[in-house]
Design a protein around this ligand. Structure first.
Ligand code: AMP
Ligand code: MN
Ligand code: MN
Ligand code: MN
Length: 295
């Protein structure tokens, strides 16, 4: 069993990369990918935590992009986490969040909620994001839990929402390819919340022309019909089929666990072979070559 989508304290997860790896080992997974938002800061720790185990750690990342005004997440796998150009690009993406965070705090202050950016920053280890602001809102008694902090204040319909600047999907694909990786569209189901009439085949077909390599078909929040539809589309378009839990910790995204998601997910090892095949195809590697993390 594998799990190709999870977060650590390097972005908005609750556990350090070491704790995430330990849990994956305890659950007897064979491979995981750490996919923190716009950062690869946790990869080195995860890699060293897994060193004397049979768990393979795939360097990953989750980039925020803009698709028709809606946030679309793109996962990158097998990225070279030491590539200076990639690091500089991720810095840019983080700056977009850093530019937005003070605006949210100001709006919250205007609503009579006395929290400061310094307080929020103390809750974060690396990237400061809305989940950390949500945590501060809960501590200040302004919301009963993370979810209601998003519903009332931080979500797209919330009173203190500010969008951050986002790159187009094709730029994310290029950043990932330039760093030696493959690009996979994350949890396509979330697009339908904003675009109920969206046909997955239309957008995925367009992204495939722009450099997309795979589709996250298996996902904690995907119902069986969605999984089936996405798998069919991925197969038809010759894209890799991937999957992951999007684990953030026991409190952020309550109920989602590493490997099994809400309980029933089971992503077979064979999907990793498909992703490696996509990597070979994208970068012109031969059948005998494999990404460094799998050697
Ligand atoms: P940011 O990238 O700073 O805008 O924060 C976005 C992150 O907030 C997402 O990656 C999710 O982890 C989290 N998030 C977004 N919407 C919600 C929600 N409604 N409830 C809980 N967490 C959310
Ligand atoms: Mn998140
Ligand atoms: Mn996401
Ligand atoms: Mn995620």
């Amino acid at each position: 069993m594998i799990d190709l989508h999870m977060h650590s304290t390097s972005s908005d997860g609750e556990w350090r990369p070491t704790a995430v790896v330990n849990e994956a080992v305890r659950r007897k997974l064979t491979a995981i990918a750490l996919t923190d938002h716009d950062t690869i800061g946790g990869i080195a720790e995860a890699r060293s935590a897994a060193k004397d185990t049979s768990l393979r750690v795939i360097p990953g990342v989750e980039l925020s992009t803009d698709y028709g005004g809606t946030s679309l997440h793109v996962l990158g796998y097998f990225v070279d986490d030491e590539c200076p150009e990639f690091r500089a690009r991720l810095e840019l993406a983080q700056q977009a969040r850093d530019a937005r965070n003070p605006l949210i705090i100001e709006r919250l202050n205007a609503l009579g909620i006395a929290i400061t950016l310094e307080q929020v920053a103390k809750l974060a280890d690396g990237v400061i994001g809305r989940p950390h602001i949500a945590q501060a809102l809960v501590s200040a008694g302004a919301a009963k839990d993370i979810r209601s902090a998003f519903d009332k204040f931080l979500g797209e319909q919330g009173k203190a929402y500010f969008p951050k600047k986002r790159i187009p999907p094709r730029a994310a694909f290029k950043w990932i390819h330039d760093a030696g990786g493959v690009a996979v569209v994350a949890h396509p189901r979330t697009l339908r919340y904003k675009m109920p009439k969206l046909k997955y085949g239309d957008c995925i077909g367009r992204w495939a022309l722009e450099g997309l390599d795979g589709v996250e078909c298996h996902y904690s929040g995907h119902d069986p019909a969605t999984v089936k539809e996405l798998v069919q589309i991925a197969k038809r378009m010759n894209l890799a089929i991937t999957g992951g839990s999007d684990f953030h910790g026991p409190n952020v995204r309550k109920g989602v666990q590493i490997g099994v998601g809400y309980g029933s997910m089971n992503i077979p090892d064979s999907l990793l072979d498909g992703l490696v095949e996509a990597w070979r195809k994208r970068h012109g590697h031969s059948a005998s070559e494999s990404p460094a993390c799998l050697q």
